[in-house]
Design a protein around this ligand. Structure first.
Ligand code: 3PG
Ligand code: MG
Length: 402
């Protein structure tokens, strides 16, 4: 994907038009209120820009995974106060996202106003990408803007089908994500170092297979590194380890070798016999884990090795924590390596991009999420992008230009 491959808001003439904006308002809630507004805050500039330019702004989103039609728990109504606050104006609400009732609410507002439509997943046609449902959505507007990179791995009516029915463009958040990701992996400054952690390799085989062909160094941490060490003959005591995945780990190491990618595995661990905060721990070499012990973090020699390697890189792509970052002191390795990436980024020596589920939480806990060049708000979509997959929501934007 190059920047020129899709339209942005700069290519649309929106004054007096009704613009459908696919947002990702699938935000975490606690006690009926939005508990983390990151996605809403990042979306707001697109909505306010369109409103300022004189469009009627109609926001479409899914929320949760409702399976049997409308239900109050998955209503987007709960998100309305946070959305109104983020855009600095009262947002109107339509209790359905298609048909006469939705049209009436849209007809009742003025250019510059913002309308939120009810959860697209209340309709079976959404996840099936049903052509009739996509056409019903498209009927509501003149133009389509997709600002939901984090839902772009879904080929649903509101992310894919509608883009094929209206002149389309990427919103500012989508544009920002795609530009950051392109710089990280498609046209990166080399050497590129990927840092991949997390518990299991079984869920990241495609990702690892794609990365070794594209990056110069692949640093592995977290439980998944144990599987690689086991495949090389290490005993890992009671550590998390997918022993039945040793062949797959070896295949990835072979592919890395053939592609000229250096795999960086831990050389030492912080181990404990209990998985709890403040458990008694010690630092051991990777081949000296006791039978009752679990590797819960990378050790200081590994941190030093990774810091040295990151010091030689021009680009870092990060997904997944390097240890049990949720409990102290086993967050220390992740924090130290993240701090190193942050420091080099701040010094202008490195472009750093991170994303995917736990990663954002781990980097936020390390206090560096604002220091990386870009931290994606996407979970599954970021992972599929790391796997090298074409994301249907992005692909549709490339072919449906204004
Ligand atoms: C997300 O929260 O990652 C996106 O909104 C996608 O949600 P989904 O996994 O339910 O499709
Ligand atoms: Mg996601």
């Amino acid at each position: 994907m190059t920047e020129a491959a899709f339209n942005t808001l700069d290519d649309l003439n929106v004054a007096g038009k009704t613009v459908l904006v696919r947002a990702d308002l699938n935000v975490p809630m606690q006690d009926g209120a939005v508990s983390d507004t990151t996605r809403i805050d990042r979306l707001a500039p697109t909505l306010t820009e369109l409103a300022r330019k004189g469009a009627k702004v109609v926001v479409l989103s899914h929320f949760g995974r409702p399976k049997a039609g409308p239900d109050a728990a998955n209503s987007l109504r709960h998100v309305l106060p946070a959305l109104s606050k983020a855009v600095g104006q009262d947002v109107a609400f339509a209790g359905t996202c298609v048909g006469e009732a939705a049209k009436a609410v849209i007809a009742g507002v003025s250019p510059g106003d913002v309308v939120l439509l009810e959860n697209t997943r209340f309709h079976a046609g959404e996840e099936k990408n049903d052509p009739a449902f996509a056409s019903q959505l498209a009927e509501l507007g003149d133009l389509y803007v997709n600002d939901a990179f984090s839902a772009a791995h879904r080929a649903h009516a509101s992310t894919e089908g509608v883009a094929r029915r209206l002149p389309s463009a990427a919103g500012r958040l989508m544009q920002q994500e795609l530009e950051a990701l392109a710089k990280a992996l498609e046209t990166p400054e080399r050497p590129v170092c990927a840092v991949v952690g997390g518990a299991k390799i079984s869920t990241k085989l495609d990702l690892l297979g794609n990365l070794v062909a594209r990056v110069d160094m692949l640093a592995l941490g977290g439980g998944m590194a144990n599987t690689f060490l086991f495949a090389q003959g290490a005993e890992l005591g009671a550590s998390l380890c997918e022993r039945d995945m040793a062949d797959q780990a070896r295949a990835i190491m072979d592919k890395a070798k053939a592609c000229g990618c250096e795999i960086l595995l831990p050389v030492d661990f912080v181990v404990a016999t209990e998985f709890k905060s403040g458990a008694e721990d010690r630092v051991v070499a990777v081949n000296a884990v006791g039978p009752e012990e679990m590797a819960l973090d990378i050790g200081p020699a590994t941190v030093a090795l990774l810091a040295q390697k990151i010091g030689t890189a021009k680009t870092v792509v990060w997904n997944g924590p390097l240890g049990a970052f949720e409990i102290t002191p086993f967050d220390a390795g992740t924090n130290a390596v993240a701090a190193e990436v942050a420091k080099r980024t701040q010094a202008g020596a490195l472009l750093s991009v991170a994303g995917g589920g736990d990663t954002v939480a781990a980097l936020a806990a390390a206090g560096v999420e604002d220091t990386f060049t870009y931290v994606s708000a996407a979970g599954g979509a970021f992972l599929e992008w790391l796997e090298g997959k074409d994301l249907p929501g992005v692909a549709a934007l490339k072919t449906s230009q204004a």
